[in-house]
Every structure is written in structure tokens, then in C-alpha cells.
Design a protein around this ligand. Structure first.
Ligand code: FAD
Length: 512
């Protein structure tokens, strides 16, 4: 998926420079780390293997359409509180983005005609869900209100590194009740809280898909801290789409990074992290060039970092233990469609989830995700047309050993299965189709550099909330991780959180 307008690389690099930090990868986690450090005066070099920044939050252009690679339901662009981390990350390097508010987070199309819209207004959402489950109105209120308690604790304090004792002491003295609240929820999962208040099995299934659609696991495996964030912030800061497409977030962060005197290099694939006396001191690219820095940050998944960039005999025992607790989630089969505007019924919402059978929620092809960003920003498609980005979980295994013709045939077959299911909410989609590009788990692996194209780590079994998710430091001195394999997990605002925390910890370590 080559974009048509790759950004040029910075030119002032010399391999002999010793940087304060090298960041491997320019996903949002990597870029937030880099810009936060640059804003504190550090000299940072970001090395990106692809031709543009953003990773899973990148873009590509085809036939007049401007497609988001992945993410398009964006949290973190609010204008108040402390959890609006994308707004804050951009502001830190003096750049801004226009955003467009989304009135409905998701329109669910679920088994037995369970149709629910999550409105931006909390009251409207509770009213609609309560109308569908009148006998559970009280439980619904209590569950989502408890999510607000988590959110209010988070939203009271500056979100930085939980590995930094002086920061922890400061926030504890400033916000003792909020901190105690968070400590209480850290080991809990959303399912534990939901079952306290809700008994109706169908409603509990609804809570499952509310979690699954961003955590890719049911409520019992979804940490309550993350659920509190998502289920409240959608009504507080709201869902806001960046004008010009999601790719603009990374482009703006790069602009801020360079204005602050730091650098990014594209087509710079890191092959190895250089260790000296067990300490990470630099990186080697596939071109053979070497760069050195006081601190090395990997924005890759932990599997890619510890299995590919480091020798296997250097895998720290802590990483082996982590791999016993977390596994790779499936990747996605993605369809990027251009369609005639007439295909969309009036009042169509931007994001949809389609599920026909609760038993198949977690199966490959079971849950279908749909985003139509042109309903918010029509400039992303030619006049009279819309973009439909639809995706569903798929494992790489069934795509691995196919010959090129078999691969093309399987892509075609899988794509039409999804289009047939979309016809239930968009009748006439097939006839109104103008453009289609299909991405498989192989595409995600290749273009995002993520092992097996995974969406990120998911618990192998029920864990104690977020307690098992590692922070940014690793067992290898000088090496840090950032992004969705670190606390608090997947999603743009979550990896931005991890970027703030990583930069904070490094800044303290470097005395910045
Ligand atoms: C289909 C899909 C839909 C999604 N929808 C949403 C959504 O609606 N809302 C939301 O908030 N989140 C969504 N997400 C999740 C979100 O996009 C990710 O959690 C987040 O973008 C991950 O960011 P990251 O910084 O961890 O890393 P990544 O985005 O994975 O970036 C890592 C970067 O490292 C680079 N890289 C890899 N290997 C190397 C190497 N050896 N050398 C140099 N560079 C390298 C890659 O090219 C990439 O640019 C979605 C994800 C997908 C795939």
C-alpha cells in the first residue's frame, strides 16, 4: 500500500551523532515519545521502515480516495481534562489539528435485532439501552456510572510514568482519593463489575461486545481501567475525527518533532539493537548503518522487539513470563471500499458493528467493523462517493502458505462474503461499488511490521486487570518499549498514554 505522497526524510543525519534517544518506529506511541522528549530539549532520532509515519494510524491514496490504514474512531481529542492525550501531544510541540465531532460512537447491529446506538450524549445512550432492557435500567446506570468513577480518577491527574516514584508521590498528595480509586480498579476486569449490577444474559453479551470492539476480548478479560476510559470519554471528550484523515495526526507530530530540532528518517528499517556489556547503546539498519544513543526505544510489538531485534539468547526471563500471560491477538481482513453515495441510507452513522451470532463474536469473520469517515470529512473521497472501511479479525495461519493465484482467489472470496453481510445494512452496496482494495493479515504484517499482523497483545486467560501489562522500562538497561504492547494497551489514545509515560521516564533517567 504505497501512499502517493511520501514525505521526504530529514537530511542532517550523521551516523556519528550520539542522540539522547533513538525511537524505532513512528507509530503514534513512538511519535508521542519522540515529541515529548524533543519538547524537553532532547535530541531524538526516529527511524521508520516505511515511507510515511503513523504505522496503524497511517494512510494511503488510491483512485481519488484517501484511506485510513486502520484506526478511525479517535479518542483523546477532547479540549478539557487530562485524558485528551492526542490534543496534549500535539500542543506540546506547538501544532494543532482541526477535528470533527462524531455524534454517534457506534451503531450496533446485533443478534435478535438488537439495534443500539452509542450517542455522544450519555443520557441519550442510557435512555436508548434502557428502553431495550427496561428491567435492567437501574443496573445499566450503575455499571456505566462506575465506569465514570474510574474515568474521573484518571481525568483528575496528569498522566505520566507509573514507574517514576517522585511523580507517584506528587500525584498521591495532590489527588489521594483519585489514586486510591485507581489502585482499587487496577486488578479488576469490566466483566467483574458488569455482573455486580446486570443479570440479563443478552445485556451481558452486549457489555461483552462493547469491550470486544476495541479490546478484542470479552468483558471478563478487559481491564476495568481501559473500560472506564473508553465508556466515559466517548461522552466527555467525545469521538472526534481529524480533518484530512487520521494520517494527519502523525504528519503533524512529525512537523512538531522537526520544528523542535529532532529528526525522522524513513525507509530506515532497524535490523538489530546493538548491545554492549548487556546495555542497549544503538541500532543497526538493514543497510548496515549504525546509530548510537543514550537511550533506545522500541515502538514495535514486544514479539518483534525481543524475537527479531535482539538475539534469542538475550530474551530476558521477564519477557518469557509475559509471553506466558499474553498472546498475539488475530490480525484483520480489511476492505477499503469506494462506493456511490446513494448506497448509504439517510442518517447513517460513521461507525458500525455487525454480529449475527453471539457464539461467533470472537471467531475469524464473526464480528464486522465498519467505518465511513467521509460522513464526517467528505473531502476524503471524490464528490458523490463515500469510503467504507470494513474489517474483521482473521488469523495469519490460513493465509500463510498460499500460491499467488490461491492468495488472490481467497482474497476475492473473503471480500465478497463481507460485502454480502454488509448488504443487510447497506442494500445495493454491490451495485454501487466503485473501488475495492483488500488487505489480509499478510498485508498488515508486511506494511506495519507487526508479527503475524497482530492487532496487539491479549490475555491468554483471565488476568488481574491491567496489573500484568508492562510499563516502558525493560530488563535490558537502556532499552524501553512503547506502544500497544505496553501499559495500557491498544488504541491511539492508549499508545499516546504509553508515549507520555515512556518520555517522562527517559527524561528523568537522563536528567532532562
Ligand atoms: C484495522 C485497525 C483498526 C483500528 N481501529 C482503531 C480505532 O478506530 N481507534 C483506535 O484508537 N485504535 C484503532 N486501532 C488500533 C491502533 O491503530 C493501534 O493500537 C495503534 O495505532 C498502535 O500504535 P503503536 O504506536 O503501538 O504502533 P504501530 O502503529 O504498529 O507503529 C509501529 C511503527 O514501527 C514501524 N516499524 C516496524 N518495524 C520496524 C523496524 N524494524 N524498523 C523501523 N521501523 C519499524 C512500522 O512501520 C510502524 O510505523 C486499529 C488498528 C487496526 C489495525
Amino acid at each position: 500500500m504505497t501512499p502517493t505522497s511520501p514525505l521526504s526524510a530529514a537530511s542532517s543525519l550523521t551516523p556519528s551523532t550520539v542522540y539522547d534517544a533513538i525511537v524505532i518506529g513512528s507509530g503514534i506511541g513512538g511519535l508521542v515519545t519522540a515529541t515529548q522528549l524533543a519538547s524537553k530539549g532532547a535530541k531524538v532520532l526516529v527511524l521508520e521502515s516505511y515511507v510515511i509515519p503513523g504505522g496503524s494510524a497511517g494512510y494511503f491514496d488510491r483512485a481519488g480516495y484517501h484511506f485510513d490504514v486502520g484506526a478511525s474512531m479517535i479518542f483523546g481529542f477532547g479540549d478539557k481534562g487530562t485524558t485528551n492525550l492526542l490534543t496534549r501531544a500535539l500542543e506540546a510541540v506547538n501544532v494543532r489539528l482541526e477535528t470533527i465531532p462524531d455524534p454517534v460512537q457506534i451503531h450496533y447491529h446485533l443478534p435478535d435485532n438488537l439495534e443500539v446506538q452509542v450517542h455522544r450524549s450519555y443520557e441519550n445512550f442510557l435512555q436508548e439501552l434502557g428502553d431495550r432492557f427496561p428491567h435492567e435500567r437501574d443496573g445499566i446506570h450503575k455499571f456505566y456510572d462506575e465506569c465514570w468513577q474510574v474515568f474521573n480518577c484518571l481525568n483528575a491527574m496528569e498522566l505520566l510514568s507509573l514507574e517514576e516514584p517522585r511523580y507517584l508521590m506528587r500525584v498521591f498528595f495532590q489527588h489521594p482519593l483519585a489514586c486510591l480509586g485507581l489502585v482499587k480498579y487496577l486488578p479488576l476486569n469490566a466483566g467483574d463489575i458488569a455482573r455486580k449490577y446486570i443479570k440479563d444474559p443478552e445485556l451481558l453479551k452486549f457489555i461483552d461486545i462493547e469491550c470486544y470492539c476495541w479490546s478484542v476480548v470479552p468483558a471478563d478479560l478487559t481491564p476495568m481501567i481501559n473500560a472506564g476510559m473508553v465508556f466515559s470519554d466517548r461522552h466527555y471528550g467525545g469521538i472526534n475525527y481529524p480533518k484530512g484523515g487520521v494520517g494527519k495526526i502523525a504528519q503533524k507530530l512529525v512537523e512538531g518533532l522537526e520544528n523542535a530540532g529532532s529528526e525522522i528518517r524513513y525507509k530506515a528499517r532497524v535490523r538489530e539493537i546493538i548491545l554492549e556489556n548487556g546495555r542497549a547503546v544503538g541500532v543497526k539498519l538493514i543497510s548496515g548503518e549504525e546509530y548510537r544513543a543514550k537511550r533506545i526505544v522500541s515502538n514495535l510489538t514486544r514479539w518483534d522487539t525481543f524475537e527479531k531485534l535482539l538475539p534469542s539468547d538475550k530474551m530476558p526471563p521477564a519477557e518469557r513470563r509475559w509471553q506466558q500471560r499474553y498472546q498475539k491477538s488475530p490480525s484483520f481482513l480489511s476492505l477499503h471500499l469506494g462506493v456511490e453515495a446513494s448506497v448509504l441510507p439517510p442518517e447513517t452513522a460513521c461507525h458500525h458493528i455487525i454480529l449475527d451470532n453471539w457464539e461467533k463474536m470472537e471467531e475469524a469473520g464473526g464480528t464486522i467493523f465498519v467505518s465511513i469517515p467521509t460522513l464526517l470529512d467528505p473531502d476524503l473521497a471524490p464528490e458523490g462517493y463515500h469510503i467504507i472501511h470494513t474489517f474483521t479479525p482473521h488469523l495469519i495461519d490460513e493465509w500463510k502458505t498460499l500460491s499467488p493465484p490461491e492468495y488472490e482467489e481467497k482474497k476475492e472470496e473473503a471480500a465478497w462474503k463481507i460485502i454480502d453481510r454488509l448488504e443487510t445494512i447497506f442494500p445495493g452496496l454491490d451495485a454501487g461499488l466503485d473501488y475495492m482494495e483488500v488487505g489480509t493479515p499478510r498485508t498488515h504484517r508486511r506494511f506495519l511490521g507487526r508479527q503475524d499482523g497482530t492487532y496487539g497483545p491479549i490475555p491468554q486467560r483471565k488476568l488481574m486487570g491491567l496489573l500484568g501489562m508492562p510499563f516502558n522500562r525493560t530488563a535490558i538497561p537502556g532499552l524501553y518499549c512503547v506502544g500497544d504492547s505496553t501499559f495500557p494497551g491498544q488504541g491511539l489514545n492508549a499508545v499516546a498514554f504509553s508515549g507520555f509515560a515512556c518520555a517522562h521516564r527517559i527524561a528523568v533517567d537522563l536528567g532532562l
